[in-house]
Design a protein around this ligand. Structure first.
Ligand SMILES: C[S@@+](CC[C@H](N)C(=O)[O-])C[C@H]1O[C@@H](n2cnc3c(N)ncnc32)[C@H](O)[C@@H]1O
Length: 316
């Protein structure tokens, strides 16, 4: 099939996706719009960066659906049709069923999205490439977690900490991509239980240590963590803006304590004013970069935080 693949990622990560495709595999691409990239060279499944959520081809009539099935090497795929207009939806279902394909909205191989004018390739979707995790409402989407990890520039053997890890998305994605080691810590017992379950289901128990604990009082040794990557409570679904005024400084004190001398943090927050003020008051940390990411109706900032001075004597 010569039809180019379309990759969808969280808005704000497009340059990282395109850079990885180019630098790792020599795959050229162009930006089609916010969060949508068209590959102008062929792409293999294992070359798709973990920041990519959906992989699709452009929808242009029934031939493009047949092309998509041919690309996957499946003669009669199961399908789903997404369309605002019920008449358009039933028309597409009829045309695909006439090919002998089966309409299975709960277990599709091709998703014909007439609103976005794309056909999603099920086996290339994030959950099929990387894995399926049990989620809570505040769970970080996998591609966003992959983007935060990408910004953290983890090296082999680096010790990673997520002190507000929820169901463990960040450490699990790291374990699957890099092999850990990491700590997945959250103060909520239900989230911690689900993190342990997700870690076991992903088969990464050796790489991730899961603990119930308070990010403001971490059970972690001084100067022992190379990278801290976390989607902090924004104060919308979890906690409150008022709570963050004390929680963020307390978390940053602990981050400063546990971080190695050349450590690096990537902390995601939508409570931007409180976060920036909290770092300004943390004498040993500074913001060295930032990037706005847009997904699921939120536009938080990923802050790169580093030490502004060497740690006190006695720490790494
Ligand atoms: C935005 S969610 C993180 C989602 C997580 N990345 C995931 O994929 O599930 C923020 C998390 O911070 C946790 N949290 C809030 N206050 C905390 C504290 N003091 N110590 C540890 N975790 C805390 C919440 O329980 C919640 O799971």
């Amino acid at each position: 099939m010569t039809t180019p693949l379309l990759l969808t990622c969280p808005v704000g990560l497009e340059d990282l996706v395109r850079g990885d495709l180019r630098d790792r595999d020599g795959v050229r691409s162009e930006l089609l719009g916010p969060g949508v990239i068209r590959c102008t060279d062929p792409v293999q499944l294992n070359q798709v960066p973990a920041m990519v959520d959906r992989v699709s081809i452009a929808l242009s009539g029934i031939d493009s659906a047949i092309d998509a099935a041919g690309f996957l090497g499946i003669q009669q795929p199961t399908f789903r049709v997404q369309a605002q207009d019920p008449a358009v939806r039933s028309d597409w279902i009829g045309r695909l069923a006439a090919l002998g394909w089966v309409n299975e909205p709960g277990d599709w191989i091709l998703n014909v999205d007439t609103d976005a004018q794309v056909i999603d390739l099920g086996p290339w979707h994030w959950s099929r490439r990387i894995g399926h995790l049990r989620r809570l409402p505040a769970t970080t989407p996998g591609p966003v977690a992959a983007g935060l990890l990408r910004l953290a520039k983890l090296r082999p053997g680096d010790r990673l900490l997520d002190p507000c890890a929820g169901v463990g998305t960040v450490p699990i994605v790291d374990a699957l991509l890099r092999g850990g080691p990491s700590y997945s810590i959250d103060q909520d017992p239900e989230s911690t239980r689900m993190a342990a379950e997700n870690i076991a289901n992903a088969g990464v128990q050796q790489a991730v240590s899961v603990l119930e604990g308070d990010a403001a009082d971490l059970p972690i040794d001084d100067g022992s963590i190379d990278r801290v990557v976390s989607d902090l409570p924004f104060g919308k679904r979890i906690g409150s803006n008022e709570l963050n005024k004390t929680l963020y400084p307390a978390i940053l004190r602990e981050v400063e304590r546990v971080l190695t001398a050349d450590g690096r943090c990537v902390l995601l927050s939508d409570d931007k004013r409180v976060f920036v003020e909290s770092v300004a008051h943390a004498r040993g940390l500074k913001i060295s970069g930032e990037r706005v990411i847009r997904y699921n109706g939120v536009t938080p900032t990923a802050y790169i935080v580093r030490r502004s001075r060497r740690p006190k004597r006695g720490r790494a």
